[in-house]
Design a binder for this molecule. Structure first.
Ligand code: BJ8
Length: 427
């Protein structure tokens, strides 16, 4: 895929070149089979194909060049870590992907087997030395969300040079809000100390506008997916939501808006990626980090199209803008807390907003059914799956609950269940 030989750069970052080559070979093959083989893709996907082809190449070189120019790279695992604060010190925010089964045997030397695939994945990546994003980060933020992440960071923090632990509330109470605010202030101080820059009203307002523009572009894309026939596949839309976490934000926003211009023309011409009337699925649940494409691929190979993701890599992550209005840092911090405390992650209790959102998204995107997707051993989402199913089935909206991991071993049983579910929708 790459024209340039990036091996010297990867060696400088301390990657294990043999293992890393194996990972890229698998990724390249899967990308070819899952994405490039799709018929009638929008032309605007060329940019995202390019980003993927350079995911460990040009983007990493950009990060290294930015560091050489004095900027700092901040890696994080959760959408409670505000990108706005990172941009406000002229930093670069990268989501640390944890969507591939890699290095599991080594990860299980630190973690119980009954740990979700996402946590095992980020341990596997660092232990096998195959993640250039971790290696290129000046600070890695780990947040106290679910028990799995919280406890695993006790070990993970010893594996990286500059770990920042962020505490998070578990309820949407006034006390919870105060905790979130004080942790964001502490994070801002750590960013200032790392970068040598001060967060000002101007720098934070500008950063809020930049991230808002990125979210607005994603909102525009989401709305266009309500058309029938669907103008873009769920796989491609998921890929864009994944790239959201590590591309340059301004370039990403421009590329998503250019794609949306094209999709509007497609909709006007009735040009879809699947026929009109094709069964439409909303996926709800755990985040699908790059390159976790298994379930959407199965769904779209077997007679349905995914029209929305109620997920952190999807609408849960991008819903709501942050107000950029305020003439003091205190007001802008309040605005950040307002926005982030509305995220309906299953680690919060109670979390009825999430069920309301699944419901409203099903209507907005005209879904014929919902697949609830949980990673095995993810107690928060597995628990909430029952409430989601009960609420929607009472409204006669079919729900399929799936618990899986990152391996391809269960593809055939999953395919059988998905086919039966689509048959149920059709009938
Ligand atoms: S805001 S969903 S990114 S915490 S899958 S590690 S919950 S056991 S990823 Fe998450 Fe932030 Fe919430 Fe989103 Fe634990 Fe579940 Fe594993 Fe998970």
């Amino acid at each position: 895929m790459n024209q340039v030989d990036y091996h010297p750069m990867w060696a400088d970052l301390g990657l294990n070149l043999d293992t890393h080559d194996q990972l890229l070979a698998v990724l390249g093959k899967v990308y070819q089979d899952f994405f490039l083989s799709q018929p009638n893709r929008p032309k605007g996907m060329d940019y995202f194909n390019f980003v993927m082809s350079e995911v460990h190449g040009l983007r990493i070189k950009e990060l290294i060049d930015a560091r050489a120019a004095g900027r700092k790279v901040i890696g994080s695992f959760c959408l409670y870590v505000p990108e706005e604060l990172i941009l406000a010190v002229d930093g670069i925010s990268v989501g640390l992907c944890a969507g591939a089964e890699f290095g599991t045997a080594k990860a299980e030397m630190f973690l119980p087997r009954t740990t979700c695939a996402l946590i095992k994945s980020f341990f596997g990546f660092i232990l096998e030395k195959v993640c250039p994003y971790i290696a290129a980060s000046d600070m890695i933020v780990g947040e106290n969300t679910c028990d799995g992440k919280k406890k695993s960071y006790e070990q993970f923090r010893k594996l990286v040079p500059n770990f920042f632990g962020m505490d998070l509330p578990q309820t949407k109470s006034d006390e919870g809000r105060n905790l979130l605010r004080s942790e964001y202030v502490r994070f801002a101080r750590a960013l200032e100390s790392l970068s040598g820059r001060t967060i000002t009203v101007d720098s934070l307002s500008q950063a809020i506008e930049t991230v808002n523009a990125k979210r607005q572009a994603i909102h525009r894309l989401a709305r266009l997916r309500s058309a029938d026939p669907a103008p873009i596949s769920g796989l491609d839309a998921l890929l864009i939501n994944q790239i959201y976490f590590y591309d340059d934000p301004i370039r990403f926003t421009q590329s998503v808006n250019a794609l949306c211009d094209e999709l509007e023309q497609r909709i006007a011409a009735g040009n879809g990626v699947f026929p009109k009337g094709h069964p439409r699925i909303l996926v709800s649940g755990c985040p699908m980090a790059i390159p976790n494409w298994k379930l959407p691929w199965i769904v779209e190979q077997n007679g349905a199209v995914i029209v929305g993701e109620e997920s952190c890599v999807g609408e849960r992550g991008t819903r709501n803008l942050t107000s950029a209005h305020g003439d003091s840092i205190e007001t802008l911090f309040d605005n950040l807390v307002d926005r982030y405390s509305r995220i309906d992650c299953a680690i919060f209790t109670p979390n009825s907003e999430r069920i309301d959102h699944v419901d409203s998204m099903s209507s907005a995107y005209r879904a014929d059914g919902v697949i609830h997707y949980a990673l095995q051993f993810c107690t928060p989402y597995q628990m909430e799956a029952f409430q989601v199913e009960k609420t929607l089935e009472e409204q006669k909206l079919p729900v399929l609950r799936i618990d899986t991991d990152y391996s391809m071993e269960d593809v055939e049983p999953l395919r059988t269940r998905v086919e039966a579910f689509i048959e149920r929708i059709r009938s």
